[in-house]
Ligand binder design. Structure first.
Ligand code: HPA
Length: 270
């Protein structure tokens, strides 16, 4: 399926083409409820989209307004561990590029590799390590999207980081910062793997996001990424939090994250 054909299909269903897209990960799908005048399209109706099979991933593409700006919102994403090809996993990002999306905000749930990153914390993704053993850009390069060897120097926008730092400060929101390492999953990491990741400089671990970010950077989008820490990794098994506590913390983090995203949109309105 050609991503351009899907972009055309989509354009016929909305009033305006968005310049900002948000990918909502595990537990964050509720943010989509804040969109005004939403158009909700289930993934199974969209040409070229596969279905999201993950728990707590809802599987809708939404178009609507947040802070007065037209935004596209993925309520749930596709994971490599679901058995989809990398091409299928990143297909929505290429559709966004064809629609003219310039800024991508990605969110996910992640495990902590550092004791001070606690369940419920929002972590701004500083940089990433691709440890999925593959890359979404493998194969013939689509020159109309981007170059063969795109730079991954500063994949996450320093300008957006600066804005986020200021927004958090002026709203009294505590933010942490860290490097995200992506694994394929679906098995969770062993203690030995976690030690290795931490020694490499990773702070949080998860099973998504990096393919989307590589693809977005290939297409020239600006990227901002956030993880919500849902659990300590196996490095800290003795620090397990109760499920109830984790849920409570994640909800609080989701509210603060929405406020931050809202303010980022306000500041980037031109
Ligand atoms: N490991 C990998 N992915 C995850 C984790 C984890 O501990 N928590 C949430 N997603």
């Amino acid at each position: 399926m050609d991503y351009r054909a899907t972009a055309d299909w989509f354009k016929n269903r909305v009033s305006e083409t968005p310049e900002v897209a948000i990918v909502l990960g595990t537990g964050l799908g509720g943010l989509a409820e804040k969109l005004e005048n939403p158009v909700v399209i289930p993934y199974f109706e969209i040409p070229g989209f596969v279905n999201s099979t993950s728990p707590s991933h809802l599987g809708n593409l939404l178009f609507g307004y947040l802070a007065g700006r037209a935004v596209l919102c993925m309520q749930g994403r596709f994971h490599f561990y679901e058995g989809y090809s990398m091409e299928q996993v990143v297909f929505p990002i290429r559709v966004m590029a064809a629609l003219g999306v310039k800024t991508l905000i990605v969110t996910n749930a992640a495990g902590s590799l550092r004791e001070e990153l606690e369940p419920g914390d929002i972590v701004v993704i500083k940089d990433h390590i691709n440890f999925m053993g593959t890359n979404p850009l493998i194969g013939k390069n689509d020159e109309s999207l981007g170059e063969r060897f795109p730079s991954m120097n500063l994949p996450y926008s320093p300008e957006l980081h600066e804005q986020v730092r200021n927004i958090a400060q002026s709203n009294g929101i505590s933010l942490k910062w860290g490097n995200y390492i992506s694994v394929t999953g679906p098995s969770l990491e062993t203690k030995a793997e976690c030690s290795m990741f931490a020694a490499w400089g990773a702070d949080i671990v998860g099973m998504s996001t990096v393919p989307e970010v590589i693809t977005a950077r290939h297409c020239g989008m600006e990227v901002l990424g956030f993880s919500i820490v849902t659990n300590y990794s196996n490095l800290f098994h003795n620090l397990a939090h109760s499920q109830e506590e984790i849920r409570h913390n994640a909800d609080k983090a989701a509210q603060n994250l929405l406020l931050i995203i809202h303010e980022v949109l306000v500041q980037n309105t031109n």
